[in-house]
Design a protein around this ligand. Structure first.
Ligand SMILES: *[C@@H]1O[C@H](CO)[C@@H](O)[C@H](O)[C@H]1NC(C)=O
Ligand SMILES: *[C@@H]1O[C@H](CO)[C@@H](O)[C@H](O)[C@H]1NC(C)=O
Ligand SMILES: *[C@@H]1O[C@H](CO)[C@@H](O)[C@H](O)[C@H]1NC(C)=O
Ligand SMILES: *[C@@H]1O[C@H](CO)[C@@H](O)[C@H](O)[C@H]1NC(C)=O
Ligand SMILES: *[C@@H]1O[C@H](CO)[C@@H](O)[C@H](O)[C@H]1NC(C)=O
Ligand SMILES: *[C@@H]1O[C@H](CO)[C@@H](O)[C@H](O)[C@H]1NC(C)=O
Length: 503
């Protein structure tokens, strides 16, 4: 019924935090491509009569308190959610909650993906909640400096608790309806944290590609990027990594020598590179193409480690870096590369609402006030330019939100104290990661206990396990999905046994 031709976030995917605008463009393409995939997946299902629900789920809105932690604050906002009851075994069947993240939520969130396949298998009700301050789930003035401070993971978890109550009432549920939550990337963390902080509301959680450890200087991101570029399992090689490193060294040398006009021409810069901050933007933008290819390996056609490595190793590294950029610009239909730092500031300071896509300003605010996650390159193992500094990224917190460095650092420590970082003390959580994904460095990779379990998938990147099955899926990925589905089955069975014991 409600078919929105919008960009959406099925598998929530983390921002490249800050670097250039290139990462943002790559993400945009990933979203479009996933939307297309979901559409054709559903179309195929209908063709074979496998999908009982022919119409799109209706967009629904829930009235939510703006501040759950101050009972004097009476303001509210409308929060978007979707429900799919096509597979649900009434009235006692389980509830699968899909948690939204740093972008708009689509109706496909209850129609496509591995959690939907599992809902079909276990006869679950599918519900999905958009994260506050993203998509349409915020007030008109929400992004202004005065009003953005109601955005936090703590408020988001309280939203989930109130959503749990709402759905329970709407569907006349009881404690026999077991909830399991799902999320990937930042929502993967929320999924683990919802189980950790509200164990009476949610029976178990699957947490995919979740950077549960906050970190100010996320230097590990580019260490994994380097490892992935040299990993033969995904088409990388030592030669590829070496070529990338060399190309960036040449660019750095030319920047140091003040050879700007050559760089401007060679790298199709829209404006001149006179300002040091624009030079930093150039190297960030170039690095983004590689970071994007690694984080979203095979999520979009033509952007993957194997392709980018085959270009980098088939000629002099500097020339091949130009080729990589050329190919990127062609795909995007762009004539030049925008390296303006001032433009970046305008994007982050923009308080206009955009109902679809990633919320750049909101997410940057969350990095400044909760998580850090700045992907720096000051460590010698990083193959890109050391001009990608922590200073340049944290400075944006000050320039955009007036949040000083000391405060960002304190917030990151508090977040880890509050949630337990990568050694949470909870139960019935399954952490799933791919070893190619740079974000796995901040997640839980080993079993913590008999019920806090971890799966590390060989050769996959960010949130790959959350997709519905594809013909190109590797054996380790197929096995991982099977293990996840079995674990969910074990949990539901254990819940059943608990219930019958109590009767
Ligand atoms: C819940 O119960 C009420 C009253 O018993 C009934 O009117 C309503 O239709 C039920 N809702 C659902 C979704 O079953
Ligand atoms: C600038 O770069 C060009 C082309 O790489 C090179 O020929 C020239 O020597 C460089 N000039 C300086 C000052 O580095
Ligand atoms: C670089 O571009 C800016 C803005 O377009 C201009 O003001 C400045 O004069 C240019 N600098 C050089 C060296 O061309
Ligand atoms: C600010 O955001 C609005 C809504 O997304 C957009 O239309 C506008 O172009 C943006 N302005 C700038 C300077 O980015
Ligand atoms: C983690 O626990 C699961 C379930 O008990 C078990 O099957 C798996 O082998 C364990 N993994 C490791 C690395 O010990
Ligand atoms: C991943 O799988 C490849 C075979 O495809 C194997 O050579 C490699 O050792 C595996 N890596 C790990 C970390 O298990």
């Amino acid at each position: 019924m409600l078919l929105r031709p919008t960009v959406w976030l099925l598998l929530a995917t983390l921002l490249g935090v800050y670097g250039g605008n290139v990462f943002r463009h790559i993400q945009h393409r990933v979203f479009l491509s996933k939307e297309q995939e979901a559409r054709s997946h559903l179309a195929k299902g209908m063709q074979w009569h496998l999908t009982p629900q022919l119409s799109m789920p209706k967009e629904m809105m829930l009235t939510q308190l703006l501040d759950h932690f101050n009972r004097q604050e009476k303001r509210t906002f409308k929060q978007r959610y979707y429900v799919n009851d096509a597979y649900w075994q009434k009235p006692h069947g389980p509830v699968f909650l899909y948690i939204g993240g740093e972008g708009s939520l689509s109706p496909y969130s209850v129609q496509y993906g591995h959690h939907v396949e599992m809902a079909q298998q276990y006869k679950a009700l599918l519900v999905a909640l958009e994260h506050r301050y993203y998509g349409v789930s915020l007030n008109e003035d929400g992004l202004t400096d005065e009003n953005i401070h109601f955005l936090s993971s703590q408020q988001a978890l309280a939203d989930l608790a109130s959503f749990h109550l709402f759905i329970t009432q709407q569907y006349n549920m009881s404690s026999s309806n077991k909830w399991i939550c799902f999320g990937g990337s930042y929502p993967g963390s929320l999924s683990a944290w919802f189980r950790l902080k509200f164990p009476h509301l949610v029976y178990a959680a699957v947490s995919s590609s979740a950077p549960v450890r906050a970190q100010l200087d996320f230097t590990g991101y580019n260490q994994v990027v380097a490892a992935s570029l040299s990993n033969p399992v995904v088409g990388g090689s030592k030669e590829c990594l070496q070529a990338v490193r060399k190309a960036f060294q040449v660019v750095d040398k030319m920047l140091k020598a003040g050879n700007l006009s050559v760089l401007e021409k060679d790298f199709f810069s829209c404006g001149n590179l006179s300002l040091p901050e624009d030079q930093a933007q150039l190297v960030s933008n170039l690095a983004d193409i590689f970071m994007g290819a690694v984080q979203y390996d095979h999520e979009i056609t033509g952007s993957n480690i194997a392709d980018i490595c085959s270009i980098m190793t088939s000629g002099p590294s500097y020339t091949q870096l130009i080729r990589v950029l050329q190919r990127y610009l062609e795909t995007e239909g762009m004539k030049c590369l925008d390296n303006s730092y001032q433009m970046e500031l305008l994007v982050l300071r923009n308080t206009s609402l955009s109902p679809s896509g990633v919320g750049e300003r909101q997410w940057y605010y969350q990095t400044c006030t909760e998580f850090g996650y700045y992907q720096t390159c000051e460590d010698s193992r990083c193959p890109f330019s050391p001009l990608m500094t922590l200073q340049s990224q944290v400075q944006l917190c000050q320039e955009v939100f007036g949040v000083p460095l000391s405060s960002v650092d304190e917030s990151v420590h508090f977040t880890n104290e509050y949630y337990g970082a990568d050694h949470p003390k909870s139960s019935r959580i399954l952490f799933v990661n791919g070893d190619i994904d740079p974000w796995h460095a901040l997640s839980v990779l080993h079993n913590q206990s008999r019920s806090e379990l971890a799966i590390l998938i060989n050769g996959t990147s960010h949130c790959a396990n959350m997709n519905s099955a594809r013909p190109t899926d590797t054996f380790p990925l197929k096995m991982a999905r099977l293990e996840i589905a079995n674990q969910v089955g074990h949990w539901l069975q254990a819940a059943q046994e608990e219930l019958s014991k109590n009767d």
